[in-house]
Design a protein around this ligand. Structure first.
Ligand code: BEZ
Length: 251
């Protein structure tokens, strides 16, 4: 997962990410659950909610910037730095939870990540997560791909958004049983008049690494103009999110 975060702006302007994550927590079957790993915990907001529910929780993230915010905000919680595709716990847990993380991991690395999760769980343990699913932000990425081409660049899609079937297959291949899966549209309100350009600047970094600064601004401005008829409604920007939510069990 190669992304440098502006962790403070992420926390202040994109709080919908963890706010929506509260619904994902409801998928945990809480009977008998003690220990939970929050994988890709970011600023720790959901790790804290898990702790408030009475679980013994550890937050794990690859970003030192995010972990600094998490540790400052929630000094009573243990946060550790590790990469989701290469981690091991000293003791297995009852639940591995994750919100809005796995789409950052390349498809080729997903099996390695799922094996780490499988090993981190007790027998009968649950894996509960949400990520971007097939079609996530398709309007935004298609517009960017078109405009990159017009400016002489190639847009390399930086995310992995699987279907239910594809991801269920990957889970089963490492030994999980899938107990719940849903894919649904969730148009998501963005903050402020510059909501869409702020979103692109925050989340779509890697495709712009090869782009001249002047072209970058022009590409984003053009995308904002082209997308306004679909994504700007009642003076508010929306991103065309599609969510994949699953609950799988280690057997
Ligand atoms: C998501 O949560 O689906 C997402 C967020 C930022 C960039 C890409 C996907």
């Amino acid at each position: 997962m190669n992304q440098n975060w502006n962790a403070e702006k992420y926390t202040s302007d994109f709080s919908f990410v963890h706010n929506y994550g509260n619904d994902v927590l409801e998928l945990i079957d809480t009977a008998g659950v003690k220990d939970v790993l929050d994988l890709g915990c970011g600023n720790g907001a959901l790790t804290n909610t898990l702790a408030e529910k009475g679980f013994s929780v550890v937050g794990m993230d690859a970003s030192e910037e995010m972990l600094e915010i998490a540790r400052n905000n929630y000094p009573g919680i243990s946060f550790i730095r590790s990469d989701a595709v290469d981690f091991a716990l000293e003791k297995p847990v009852d639940v591995v939870f994750s919100n809005a993380v796995f789409h950052w991991i390349d498809k080729a690395d997903q099996p390695r990540m799922l094996e780490c999760v499988y090993r981190a769980l007790k027998s009968g343990g649950q894996f509960v997560f949400e990520m971007g699913g097939i079609g996530n932000n398709i309007l935004i990425h298609s517009a960017l791909a078109d405009i990159f081409r017009e400016y002489g660049y190639t847009y390399k899609m930086p995310f992995y958004f699987p279907s239910v079937g594809e991801y269920a297959g990957m889970l089963e291949a490492v030994g999980f049983q899938v107990r719940f899966a849903v894919l649904f549209d969730r148009p998501t309100k963005l903050k402020g008049e510059n909501g869409l350009s702020d979103w692109i600047n925050m989340f779509v970094k890697n495709p712009f690494l090869e782009v001249d600064k002047g072209d970058k601004d022009a590409i984003i401005e053009t995308a904002v103009k082209r997308l306004s008829s679909d994504l700007y409604k009642d003076n508010t920007w929306y991103a065309d999110y599609v969510r994949l939510r699953m609950r799988a069990v280690k057997k």
